[in-house]
Ligand binder design. Sequence first.
Ligand code: HEC
Ligand code: HEC
Length: 380
Amino acid sequence: MNPGMILGTVQSSIGYIVLFLVCLLCVVYGIASIRSGKRAAGSEVALAPNRKPYYDNQTLETTRLNRVLVICFATLAAISLILPLYWLAEPGRMDGWVEHYNDTFVKTGGKLFAANNKDNPDGLGCADCHGASATGGVAKYTITDADGRFIKQVSWQAPALDTAALRFNRAQLREIITYGRPFSPMAGWGAAGGGSENAQSIEDIISYLESIQISPAKAQQQVQQGLKAEKAAAAAAGKPYTSDGQALFNLGYYSGFAGGAYSCGRCHTQGWSYGDKGPDGDGAYGPNLTDTTGQFPGATAGVVSMVNFVCQGSMMGAQYGVHGLGTGRMPAFCQTKAYNPNTDELASQLNVPSQDQGAPGSGMMTQADVAEIVRYVRGL
Ligand code: HEC
Ligand code: HEC
């Protein structure tokens, strides 16, 4: 628990104790005055307040005056202590509530993400495809032709999502989860995308995903292990890679590593996700990459600007290369994505963190890995 939360609880406990004491005092006072009222019955002549002799001057100006002044001073002191103490604890208390709300969002999102069963009737079953701990998996899918006729049943790789917030920002994740990827097993879950979930549920799921992200350092380390496994699997399949760039472009194709989350092929090569890929970069969800020197021209400048683009990914409405217009669907590979308030209609909500463009190296891969891939892609 964070200190603000504890402060908040301590403060409300004190509040409850004070409330209890005040109620107790009221009751005691009530009982006492009823009892003294009974005693006084019949002797009003002697006991009525206006018939009792009052203090004489001497007492009024010394004992009585002093007592009243002491009471005033004590009250003033109490107020001047309690007020600042209250305001000191207030920011902590408010932070505590923000945290408390976030915890609730994350918990609710976790339930939505998990498999649907008796113990978890709210589950949407994201975990069935993306893996119970969001480390990637596969989904059954039926490929049809343009007329909707059955072609074949395939196993489609579902990317790991424990790095999804390293490659997409919150607005982009919201877009994907709301509308899905219609040509793939990934359905639209938000009401706007034909799904069943309201905006709050989508936010909860994103909060959950953000809470389970691995660090960029860990992701970069995973890439090195995955690269080894992928090269070994490709060799075992009799199709050894000719360069690390090619292996990274296809990371997970033969090994299933992270559900292909780190690869380029899953978006840029037809059939990649279900083990039936065409030539690398022939274009699918992402554009054809066999002539990127047109978009990023220049032997040196082209490489630099292309590495930067792949590192940072695309942003909705932002230009890239010579004539590219971003949609925010190209992930960031070595720099966490910039927060873009222009595309984020929910930006003013409590739970939407503003996020600056991360430093180079703050993403899933190192810049050196991306440079390796870019060298390979420019030769396609
Ligand atoms: C039937 C299987 C299935 C289910 C259920 C499913 N997904 Fe997916 N999801 C996929 C597949 C497959 C992809 C990759 C699609 C592609 O090839 O572009 C994907 C892609 C994604 C992506 C984009 C990741 C990236 O890096 O491109 C996100 C985010 C995502 N899913 C979140 C969710 C959430 C949240 C849920 C639950 C509400 C969910 N998915 C349920 C199969 C599924
Ligand atoms: C989740 C899908 C996805 C993945 C994974 C992905 N891309 Fe992309 N990529 C896109 C989309 C979509 C575009 C088009 C730009 C846009 O919509 O913003 C794009 C555009 C590009 C472009 C610009 C092409 C042009 O001619 O305009 C390059 C270069 C590129 N990607 C390289 C890569 C590389 C290299 C990787 C792997 C390190 C990669 N992409 C991984 C979806 C993806």
